[in-house]
Design a protein around this ligand. Structure first.
Ligand code: DQA
Length: 146
């Protein structure tokens, strides 16, 4: 299978910001772990990060229109909590999307308990650091979702 991992706003600062919440691994190190897991399972994975909402929308559209992806892992960062534009983009594409968070958003501030994306996602994983992406990838694999 082929997956696309999309990280949104502020995720490029992972490993450097709020280390007590997001850990010390950089996004590049997290991506290396995801890539190694995918390779070990015979899967392929591409990575994309942007702090710009419209670029994330464009990437979701492009992934669908160009084809080739079986699943998308999306950590939209704070956009998760209020971006109806991202929600509509997920709803517009016919690729299963997993909502991913490094931290346990439900154990944090009230505003993080709301996701406007979950309803249009296949599933949600949060709280396991880099493991959230791995668990989401497992969840999207054939045999678990069908
Ligand atoms: C996050 C959680 C969001 O609430 C926050 O705005 C982020 C990261 C996570 O991965 O835990 O930037 O998506």
């Amino acid at each position: 299978m082929k997956f696309l991992v999309i990280n949104g706003v502020n995720l490029n600062m992972t490993g450097m910001r709020e280390k007590g919440v997001y850990g010390t691994a950089t996004l590049a190190q997290i991506n290396d772990k995801i890539a190694a897991f995918a390779a070990a399972n015979g899967d392929a994975v591409d990575f994309y990060q942007s702090n710009i909402e419209g670029e994330l929308v464009n990437k979701l559209h492009e992934a669908y229109l160009q084809g080739g992806y079986d699943g998308i892992l999306l950590n939209a960062g704070a956009f998760t909590h209020y971006s109806y534009a991202l929600r509509d983009a997920i709803a517009a594409i016919d690729i299963p999307v997993a909502e991913v968070h490094i931290s346990n958003v439900h154990a944090r501030e009230e505003f993080r308990h709301t996701s406007v994306l979950s309803e249009v996602c296949k599933g949600v994983v949060c709280g396991f650091g880099a493991g959230s992406y791995i668990a989401a990838m497992v969840g999207l694999k054939d045999g678990f979702t069908k």
